[in-house]
Every structure is written in C-alpha cells, then in structure tokens.
Ligand binder design. Structure first.
Ligand SMILES: [Zn+2]
Length: 99
C-alpha cells in the first residue's frame, strides 16, 4: 500500500468530518439567531403593557404610526403557530404570539 493510496481516503474522511462540523455549526447558529430574534420581539401581553394606548376596541394598533392594519406572518414558515405581527403601513415589528 503506497502512501498516496493511504492518504486519499484519509483526506476524504477528514473532508467529511469538517463538512459535518460546518453544517452542524451553521444550523446551531441559525437556530440561535432565530431564537434571539423571536425573543427580541415583545409578546402581545408585553406590547399591551408597554403601549396601553394601542389597545383599541377594534383591535391592536401600531405604536409608531397608529395604523390598525396589522399583518400576521408565521415565524420560520408560513403555517407556523408562532406569529409575528407587523404594521402594514410602516413595517414595524410590533409583537409576537404563539398558540
Ligand atoms: Zn406602523
């Protein structure tokens, strides 16, 4: 067995290991940044406490522009039960809910 025929499989194995480590670290980074982003948005209860004027009998309104047109987006994917509510008028992320 020559040195080259020994080195090539070794290099391939090391390449797979480094690739797996890279993928795992990247996924962990994405999960961590998603969690940080989720936690950076106030919950609906926090939003109500911080902005009592935004609670109206027609629903919630935007703290920045007073618009009551608010869209609900799934966090991570469209059907997610974790929802982020964003003002349709000025684009401010207002609050989050999960049910
Ligand atoms: Zn707004």
């Amino acid at each position: 067995m020559s040195v080259v025929s020994f080195l090539i499989p070794l290099i391939v194995i090391i390449g797979f290991i480094l690739g797996a480590v890279y993928i795992i670290r990247t996924r962990a980074y994405i999960i961590r940044t998603n969690k940080e982003r989720w936690n950076s948005i106030p919950s609906i209860d926090e939003y109500k406490v911080e902005n009592p004027d935004c609670v109206t009998n027609k629903g919630m309104k935007c703290v920045v522009c007073n618009s009551t047109s608010i869209k609900s987006l799934g966090f991570g994917h469209p059907e997610s039960t974790n929802r982020i509510f964003i003002c349709n008028h000025c684009g401010t992320q207002l609050y989050r809910t999960n049910s």
